[in-house]
Design a protein around this ligand. Structure first.
Ligand code: NAD
Length: 486
């Protein structure tokens, strides 16, 4: 299973300053395949000296040819970068599925095509955009307002959607004229090399993009590095808080895309067949390893049994198996630790007395690979641990509500505020409900990230936004130059 071609992929070098270099300490780590538990490849591990070199290369590139390029020339280079990413898309998508267990049907679009589409999008945004405007000053004279790149960006990414989450940072950063040091998560370090190869093939100037796989200590070192001007982080809320504290002390701009525990409000007038058809993509996407997943299902008491039945039947019918099989809907989790963590939450829900309507264990017929049966708990109090904490696996809770005011109150009774969905046969009703949810994004009868619209969270789900024109702004620093003459 999983290891379709039995190839292992070793990466002995880091990509620093446009060159493939061995790590100074000669360290490496293994990436293990989620479905087979076998080593998929060995990857060079950056230490502090390598991080120093990567930041120095990024700073050098900032002063060099990259800074001298106009927007349209930079857009041309980004289009070449996008084409080079696209040509690697199929291979990259399969690699990510092997690393983290994401079903290939999803990985093909999000990991295979997502990065090239994002890079092209930001290239198109800047191509004809002015970098400055001149304003008549209210007090006489004129003011030139210039968008300057904020500088060297430390991009730190998690393992669940490694390619698009890196591209959400790299694409706007490069479009703005910044340079980047990418530190991918160790679990998915192999696929990060697609960015390095594509940068090289596209002819991005040396040092514009550097790739340094490493663990969290090196990540923390990078965040504090005096040569870094901005941090862009996606990952857990725990790590985000630690990074936010450091950036606060350093007064360093930071974007934080963190955890979530979003609600799906099934309204009285919802079409349950539409809800059931959307459930996998909205609530269990990527085996539940999705920050914006609507994992808390809120069902009206008037239709409670029908909702429980629809959810249970849909989840029970999901095909669990080899992530490289096109028909697979739920693959394994990323690691043994993640599987054990998820099963720990299942045990917690069970011992708290909540009824499991389907799932509830590791599948007996999948002894190899870090699988967890898709699991549904019903009758769950929203105060329960399984309704409050991010499980990050294929586990859903169903909570009954009386009227919609109560549904909204339950949806908002969360530390997080990243996603959410409302299900109704009346879109106006959906919009009205969506506007009451305290969250950065909400879907009506579906949930689909829009490249051209901002994505991000409120409360413990983070700070700042990625994607859309809003995702470009954090990579600029505005400078006003006051001229005496009119
Ligand atoms: P994690 O926070 O453990 O690690 C994420 C990345 O940060 C890794 O590269 C890791 O090495 C690095 N890191 C960890 N601690 C660090 C520190 N103190 N300083 C610098 N770098 C550090 O998260 P994970 O387990 O890899 O990913 C899962 C989490 O990511 C979930 O909580 C999920 O909700 C969240 N996530 C959020 C979004 C979003 O857009 N809001 C998207 C995907 C995942």
């Amino acid at each position: 299973m999983g290891n379709a071609d039995n190839t292992s992929v070793n990466r002995e070098s880091l990509f620093i300053g446009g060159r493939w270099v061995a790590p100074l300490q000669g360290a490496s780590f293994d990436v293990v395949e989620a479905a087979t538990e076998k080593v998929l490849g060995t990857v060079a591990m950056a230490g502090v000296g390598d991080i120093d070199a990567a930041v120095a290369a990024a700073r050098e590139a900032l002063r060099g040819p990259w800074a001298a390029l106009g927007n349209s020339e930079r857009a041309d280079l980004l289009d070449r970068f996008a084409a080079a990413l696209k040509s690697r898309g199929r291979e990259t998508a399969a690699l990510v599925s092997r690393e983290n267990g994401m079903p290939i049907s999803l990985s093909g679009s999000v990991n295979g095509f997502g990065p090239s589409v994002m890079v092209s999008y930001y290239a198109s945004l800047i191509r004809n955009a002015p970098t400055e405007d001149v304003r008549p000053s209210a007090f006489g004279g004129r003011t030139v307002v210039r968008n300057e790149p904020v500088g060297v960006v430390a991009a730190i990414t998690p393992w669940n959607y490694p390619q698009p989450l890196a591209a959400m940072k790299i694409a706007p950063a490069l479009a703005a004229g910044c340079t980047v040091v990418l530190k991918p998560a160790p679990e998915t370090a192999l696929d990060a090399y697609a960015f390095a190869e594509a940068a090289e093939e596209a002819g991005l100037p040396a040092g514009v993009l550097n790739v340094v796989p490493a663990g969290r200590e090196a990540g923390a070192y990078l965040v504090e590095h005096p040569g870094v001007d901005k941090v862009a982080f996606t990952g857990s809320t725990v790590a985000g808080r630690a990074i936010g504290e450091v950036c606060g002390r350093l007064l360093r701009p930071v974007t934080l895309e963190l955890g979530g525990k979003s609600a799906a409000i099934v309204a009285d007038d919802a079409d349950l067949s539409i809800f059931a058809a959307g459930l996998l993509g909205v609530s269990l996407v990527n085996n539940g390893q999705t920050c914006h997943a609507s994992t808390r299902i809120l069902a009206p008491r008037s239709r409670y049994d029908a909702v429980v039945e629809a959810v249970t039947e849909t989840v029970r019918a999901l095909r669990v198996g080899d992530p490289l099989e096109k028909s697979t809907q739920i693959g394994p989790l990323v690691s043994a630790a993640q599987r054990d963590r998820v099963l720990g939450y299942v045990e917690d829900g069970r011992s708290a007395g909540y009824r499991i309507t389907t799932g509830g264990a590791a599948p007996a017929d999948q002894p190899i690979g870090w699988f967890v049966e898709p699991t549904v708990f019903e009758g769950v109090d929203n105060a329960a641990r399984i309704a409050q904490e991010e499980i990050f696996g294929p586990v859903l809770t169903i909570t009954p509500y009386g009227d919609e005011a109560e549904a909204v109150a339950i949806a908002n009774d969360s530390e997080y505020g990243l996603g959410g969905t409302v299900w109704t046969s009346d879109e106006e009703h959906g919009l009205a409900l969506a506007s009451q949810i305290h969250s950065g994004t909400v879907g009506v009868n579906h949930y689909e990230l829009d490249l051209a619209a901002p994505f991000g969270g409120v409360k413990a789900s983070g700070l700042g936004r990625e994607l859309g024109p809003e995702g470009l702004r954090p990579y600029y620093s505005a400078k006003s130059i006051y001229l005496a003459t009119r």
